[in-house]
Design a protein around this ligand. Sequence first.
Ligand SMILES: NC(=O)c1ccc[n+]([C@@H]2O[C@H](COP(=O)([O-])OP(=O)(O)OC[C@H]3O[C@@H](n4cnc5c(N)ncnc54)[C@H](O)[C@@H]3O)[C@@H](O)[C@H]2O)c1
Length: 379
Amino acid sequence: MKHFKTGIIGTGFIGQVHIETLRRLGNVEVTALADTFNAKETAEKLNVPHYFSDYKEMIDIMKLDTVHICTPNNTHFEIAMYAMDHNVHVICEKPMCITIDEASKLTAKAKEKNLIGGINFHNRFYPMNNHLKNIIKDGELGEIFSITGNYTQDWLLYDTDYSWRLNSSESGNTRAVADIGSHWMDLAEYVTGQKIIAVNADFSTIHATRKKPKGIVLAYSEKNTDENDYEDVKINTEDNANILFKFSNGAKGSAFFSQVIAGKSVDINLQIGGYKKSAEWHSMSCNNLIIGKRDACSEFVEKGLGTVHSSTKPLIAYPFGHAEGFPDAFKQSFRDIYHHIEYPDSSHEHADFDDGLHEMILCQKIFESNQKQGWVDVP
Ligand SMILES: NC(=O)c1ccc[n+]([C@@H]2O[C@H](COP(=O)([O-])OP(=O)(O)OC[C@H]3O[C@@H](n4cnc5c(N)ncnc54)[C@H](O)[C@@H]3O)[C@@H](O)[C@H]2O)c1
């Protein structure tokens, strides 16, 4: 197995998850990190040997095989371009960037340079989602006619909650859609094998103005700030998105994406309706899958080597009864991406730059649909 040297760019909430889960792979050494804020402190805290405030310097000096881009969305394009221009493979957080044009250029650059580009749509890597994909492919549910669900959160409920994500110049045209809806749409398409071909969206924003702290705020930060430390800012991204979908096999669907539903920290739900059976996966009980039947007891399938599809077994790292969750899905996503880098001709399960580009097109078409208040086709 090849040994890789990687550098992590952006070490806020998710960058630190990347560092922790990469170390569990065994063949990836986190050699360096780069962050414009607190790079030295983070490197010392996480025992990363080299740190930089400028990612370019890190790429120039460190002779890395890969970089992981874990910075705000509007920086992904320039960082990924710089890395690929220096022949470094890129593992990029979702969404891939903020425009279709950027995503197209990155996809073309990876092909031109013969580099692997991975997008961390990690929900594909919960074993029960992989199992669901495999049983749908085998025809167990019958033909799929309905794909519905939601992705809800509550961390932006109050007008004093703030993140760079609220500002479209940093997050892109959409926020709830690009930030969390992209996960749901990627998962829905991945497990069903169907592509979204038309969207009809309706957005709402519950706080037209929010109180932005004057200092730096990391995602999910619970730091309290004095009232005088805030400034009022206008919000130009959606808190809620209700969307209808048409899928490529004729299935119809709908989803609700929101970052302001009290009590929903991270709540992803996917329901698939087939002519024989239905299936439901829920992130809060991610080791289980419910298979709905009309003429018999519904099945409650628990993750285990003896219960999942034979093709899903490699995604299970711990025996029956031992839960695997969010960081485990990251580990499996990275394992697949690094396997793909080592064996570029092998098949892969991870989202790649083509999937990242598709997701950027979906976000843009959903944005246009909300503006138009009607159906928009997805090319
Ligand atoms: N896959 C997932 O489930 C998941 C979850 C959370 C976030 N994300 C994605 O990860 C990315 C980061 O999100 P986050 O929640 O970690 O944000 P965050 O605000 O917690 O952290 C971002 C970090 O990037 C640093 N940074 C900003 N610009 C930089 C630059 N030019 N060079 C180096 N460092 C820079 C900031 O100082 C900060 O430490 C986003 O694209 C987000 O959509 C993915």
